[in-house]
Design a protein around this ligand. Sequence first.
Ligand code: PRX
Length: 656
Amino acid sequence: MTEAKLEAWLEETRSFAPSPEFAKQANAQPSIYAEADADPVAFWRKQADRLVWHKEPTKTLEWDIPFAKWFSDGELNASVNCVDRHVAAGKGDKVAYYWVADAEGESRTITYGDLQKLVAQAANALTELGVKKGDRVAVYMPMIPEAVVTMLAIVRLGAVHSVVFGGFSADALSSRILDSDCQFVVTADGAYRRGTASPLKPAVDEALKSCPNVKAVLVVKRTGSDVEWVKGRDHWWHEIVDKQSTEHTPEFFPSEHTMFIMYTSGTTAKPKGIFHTTAGYLTQAATTHYYVFDVKADKDICWTAADIGWITGHSYIVYGPLINGVTQIMYEGLPDSGGKDRWWKIIEQFKATILYTAPTTIRTLMKWGEEFPKSHDLSSLRLLGTVGEPINPEAWMWYRENIGGSRCPIVDTWWQTETGAIMCSPLPGITATKPGAAMKALPGISVDIVDNDGNSVGNGEGGYLVITQPWPSMTRGIYGDPERFKETYWSRFPGKYFAGDGAKRDDDGDIWLLGRIDDVMNISGHRLSTTEVEHALVGHPAVAEAAVVGASDDLTGQAIVAFVTLRLSADEQMQDQAAVIEELRVHVAKVISPIARPRQIILTPELPKTRSGKIMRRLLRDVAENRQLGDVTTLMDPTVVNMISGLMGSGDDGDQ
Ligand code: PRX
């Protein structure tokens, strides 16, 4: 779609109504909102019936702000809910995962029956290594089936997993192991990325030099590369797990038993150990998966293209989909492992029906060009989702037209590690969607947008996103630091959860996320979102990706600095950088307002991204303000920011 077409369309159409055929068969029917509004607590109690309980709860919510307990007198086992129940119901032969390796042609099919046996063996092996209820176990693994098996085995024992993304450094791993005092680590010798084996175990060895409490390390052989071995501490998976019994009798744990910890970056340097408990988390993961993705266990092949090392992988590769008993695709590689059409090949081969990914990936796929998806049959797809950051309308439209064949509803899902599950999203079949809007709080969820004083803003106005009522999958806190939990989330607006995101209501009252509030700029007293300026830049046909930061400015308080990557074709053809920069500045001024005209635009071949694909604006702010660079260890490629620093001199200083 051309920019002019997009603008014309935004002016005229503004929203896509659900198709009547989709609406008729949708899991969510319009009455769901009224039902949940009438009594949200009763709504969630009903949703908790998705779980199999060892002891049914009689209590639903106990709320002592900011500490919630959900279903507290119930008892259950998370892994029984994900696996055993389906086998007991006669679905043992149903495929749980089509696991697709980085290398083309390599895959594994794992049924629910297989999964039950694998989880039992892993639980028995972990028991042999000494893992007991309440123990913390770090998981540092690539996207292989053993990662899911490990998570399920850990929670089966009532232990607590702390999955650390396999791309993190040894330092990051050791600080996470130490913070929650993990005594066990499960890892692999290495991982495959675009056909190349990259080591993982050496980072564990390095990390454990400063973690004397770790007693045992369980290692999956994935790449076969040489590894150092600490006798007595290290154990091969194939030696200790494979010999175990394929049966394991589960214990049952109270609803509020801690299930996992997931570290996430905050505004300070120290990552926060966000922890979740069992029944509330599982209830909301399953409920949102059911309604937002409209899953039909008998038909759908769901693909959440995320890593298990992030909350998206926890909730929508492991727990939500398994509770709902669906078949999934789990993919080890990168989007271009084996070629830029790899994803589309996978969709065609396995007939994926639902695809869930991040806007940053969509923009990358878009940059590669539509000839790649066009060369494959994507007609099996019936629903698309996005998560992780605001999506610009152009990427949304590209996704809709080129991947969804203009027929698939798109759910733009807003949520956080802390919320545990999706909070705001259209419901397919009910909500008319708008490109770039998360639209509405889900049934049973109460969100508001408030001004500085905590008062609700009106339609057409922006402010801070807050959550005003407790929800089942809310984090129960920061591991070991309840004060920091209160301070970070509950002190800005007393009694309300402060998400840290800016948002606005449009004239229809629908919700648009505007990015983290630390990314909101103040230019000459005018508040502007970095996202808004990025959207404008990405809306220009020459631009592939843009990151905008507010840099301090003596005259205007803050001024806009934009880092821009151009589309390959434009990049190749580009002769006159200064002219392109000027054109982009004029373009932004035209699309938003002259106030939004960037002071400086730096053209760069790449943007610095975390390994989860998020643009590191903090580092760009450092670059823009000529500061010494902060921590770069979480970057996918730390050399990118040095390169951008070098380019700073070439940006246009403009005339503001
Ligand atoms: O700023 C919001 C953004 O991602 C943040 C949460 O990041 P994390 O805990 O890593 O979880 C990501 C996956 C759930 C939020 O505070 N975010 C997430 N989804 C969206 C989003 N921003 C806009 N639109 C979304 N759909």
